[in-house]
Design a protein around this ligand. Structure first.
Ligand code: ASP
Length: 353
């Protein structure tokens, strides 16, 4: 009898021990201690690949615009607005500014026309929307948000997207020439002259090789007071891209990603590289599965996955920690949070409140 009781206790003890082991194994390994979440945090990029140029006036104007964009986003978040609203409004503002390669001011494709890409994502429920190759939409980010909220799809492209846009009074339709600026017009004319001369095998050197190719894609990531993350990106793409080429900016997971469990990400740079390496999602995946910080995730991708010069990444994690880094000559960027941070940075230039 006593030996039977002993055997039962032994088996019971083993089962208990085994189930504890199982529970321990399933517990996520955490390298970080529990952090306090900031009430809000926001980061913006104005494209990687461009460092401040020689014209002080132009540099200052670009910094001032980023500052205004940061103020717009910060105000929304301070007043308890959603991160989704903040990222859309910030990107919309920058799309309207001809100094950036998004909306007005976009770079031209190989035919001298403008084709725009944008996407937006909510980390709360992974809802997202995107448009690619649109030619007459003043604010592609607004249309991307409508794809997200008013359709069961994620990405609408070219004519279908333009047709869908006609259903909404909040979408402004413009001529394709609206996106042109003095700078891009001049660059296109010079490119045509060079093409003509090279066809006739004549000397090109007296015509500047000005392609208007500076990169100024825009993107924004934010955390709001409810703990929801959001990301948005908008671009004219790569200068002189092939007609019909689509980059990473409207590809969820490549140029834009948000997940409340990890972070919100917006990318800028050579889109093909960001698509191949699913960069925006990779930041989140590294945080989730390797339990690394947002900074480690971003920096490792830039140094070990992408090639030097490919571009930049901005990201904010679920606690409001912001990280912005790049492997190009420069990336115009801005960040603010509820702990009082408020800064715009480009090259050696810095702007505060
Ligand atoms: N990533 C964009 C694209 O490839 C361009 C950029 O960010 O400069 O379309």
């Amino acid at each position: 009898m006593a030996s039977k009781l002993f055997a039962i206790c032994l088996i019971f003890g083993f089962v208990l021990h085994a189930s504890n082991l199982d529970a321990q194994d399933k517990k996520p390994v955490s390298t970080s201690t529990k952090q306090k979440r900031k009430t809000y945090a926001i980061a913006i990029h104005g494209g990687a690949g461009s460092s401040p140029g020689r014209s002080e006036k132009a540099n200052k104007a670009r910094m001032a615009s980023l500052k205004k964009a940061l103020e717009i986003g910060t105000k929304i978040l301070e007043n308890g607005g959603t991160s989704l609203h903040a990222v859309e409004e910030v990107v919309k503002f920058l799309e309207d500014d001809p100094q950036f390669n998004a909306g007005k001011g976009a770079v031209f494709n190989s035919q001298g026309k403008f084709e725009l890409d944008a996407s937006i994502m909510s980390g709360k429920d992974k809802s997202c929307g995107a448009v690619a190759g649109v030619k007459t939409i003043k604010n592609p980010i607004t249309l991307a948000r409508l794809v997200m909220t008013k359709t069961r799809h994620v990405l609408l492209a070219t004519d279908g997207a333009e047709q869908f846009a006609k259903n909404f009074s909040e979408v402004t339709i413009v001529e394709n020439s609206y996106f042109q600026t003095e700078r891009s017009k001049k660059a296109w004319e010079q490119l045509q002259q060079r093409r003509e001369l090279s066809k006739r095998k004549l000397k090109l050197s007296h015509i500047p090789q000005h392609t208007g190719s500076y990169r100024g894609t825009v993107g924004c990531v934010a955390l709001d007071s409810s703990g929801n993350l959001a990301a948005a990106t908008s671009t004219g793409g790569l200068s002189r891209k092939k007609f019909g080429r689509v980059g990473d900016s409207p590809i969820v997971g490549a140029g834009t990603y948000a997940d409340n469990a990890t972070c919100a990400v917006s990318c800028t740079g050579t889109g093909e590289q960001y698509i191949r390496n699913v960069v925006a999602y990779d930041v989140s995946a590294r945080m989730k599965y390797k339990n690394v910080s947002v900074q480690q995730a971003v920096d490792t991708i830039l140094s070990d996955v992408l090639n030097k010069g490919d571009g930049g990444i901005i990201a904010v994690d679920k606690n409001g920690n912001i990280h912005m880094n790049f492997s190009t000559r420069g990336m115009a960027r801005a960040a603010a949070d509820s702990d009082g941070r408020f800064e715009v940075i480009w090259g050696k230039m810095k702007l505060g409140k």
